[in-house]
Design a protein around this ligand. Structure first.
Ligand code: TRP
Length: 306
């Protein structure tokens, strides 16, 4: 992991504009901060998606075959998973995939306690890389679960690739249940990524805290301001870390100069409308079986069929 991290950081800081891959947000501290974000008053997606899921779970259950395997992409604390498992006791097996080993271990332990009949096979890994699912004798069809509008953190081409890979991983007869945040007014969108308490700012800076600690880099995370901006042309919220002053970052004998105001681009969160999403899913080998929509704040849960 360290080599991949170093390579990605050197590459990102060498670029113009500078950037860092967002997957490095999620170490143990980052995962904890992200859980705190999901409880913020400004961060509507989690609350909205959870309420929508709660409401439609019985309908969703009618689309899930007996003995199915639920495969979750980026499972974190597996909170929403419980709503699916409670409504669909016919699910026999759960494969949570997450990059954070600690988050995965804690979630699996809690689920084992509460769902003793469920077979749980956690998979530590980056779900954007080629993965092999653990096989089980007589296993049923697979249902992918990708909530949280995490798909929006990938660009259109990466997203199409991810959908194509998920189609291959999940196999024939599978479904893919995806949460997507929808386009809405700019003020609501920006506030969700720039909360008053500064939790999202701490989450954003945490990537530099990791760079400093894990790569023995010389960088002061507190010398950066958190910025969240709506890019209307690309239909995405962008997150940046803006240098407050002229400064230098040292990593492995390399130096990266930054002017005051220059930014490191750390994340994108695309916002969809349903037609665009259906087209993107189609390009990845999926068709929309059912879409459930919340009106305000606008959000959708979409069940795709292979
Ligand atoms: N999938 C989440 C989103 O795009 C991830 C996220 C929420 C996030 N808040 C964030 C990522 C803040 C980076 C910073 O909404």
């Amino acid at each position: 992991v360290k080599d991949g991290f170093l390579k990605d950081v050197l590459e990102g800081l060498s670029g113009s504009p500078k950037s860092l891959p967002s997957k490095y947000f999620y170490d143990a501290e980052g995962s904890r901060l992200f859980e705190a974000i999901t409880a913020l008053p400004e961060y509507y997606p989690t609350r909205t998606e959870t309420a929508l899921l709660q409401r439609i779970a019985p309908e969703l259950s009618a689309h899930i075959p007996d003995g199915a395997t639920l495969v979750e992409f980026g499972s974190g604390a597996s909170v929403k998973t419980r709503l699916v498992l409670d409504a669909a006791p016919q699910i026999a097996r759960y494969v949570p995939i997450d990059i954070s080993r600690t988050a995965l271990a804690e979630a699996a332990e809690a689920l084992r306690r509460d769902y003793p009949a469920l077979t749980i096979q956690p998979l530590v890994g980056d779900f954007t890389q080629a993965l092999q699912l653990p096989r089980s004798p007589g296993e049923g069809p697979r249902i992918g679960f990708f909530p949280g509008s995490t798909l929006g953190n990938f660009g259109p081409r990466q997203s199409e690739r991810l959908l194509t890979d998920a189609r291959a991983l999940l196999g024939d007869g599978s479904r893919f249940f995806v949460g997507i945040d929808l386009v809405k007014d700019e003020a609501t969108l920006v506030a969700a990524y720039d909360d008053a308490a500064g939790v999202t700012a701490a989450f954003n800076r945490n990537v530099l805290v990791r760079v400093r600690r894990e790569l023995a880099a010389e960088v002061d995370p507190d010398a950066f301001d958190h910025r969240a901006v709506w890019n209307a042309a690309e239909r995405r919220i962008e997150m940046h870390l803006a240098a407050r002053i002229d400064l230098v970052i040292h990593v492995e004998g390399r130096r990266f100069e930054m002017k005051a105001g220059e930014t490191i681009h750390t994340e994108n969160s695309r916002k969809f409308d349903l037609d665009d999403f259906a087209a993107e899913a189609g390009a990845g080998g999926w068709r929309v079986e059912t879409a459930w929509r919340e009106a305000d704040p606008a959000y959708a849960l979409v069940l795709l069929a292979a």
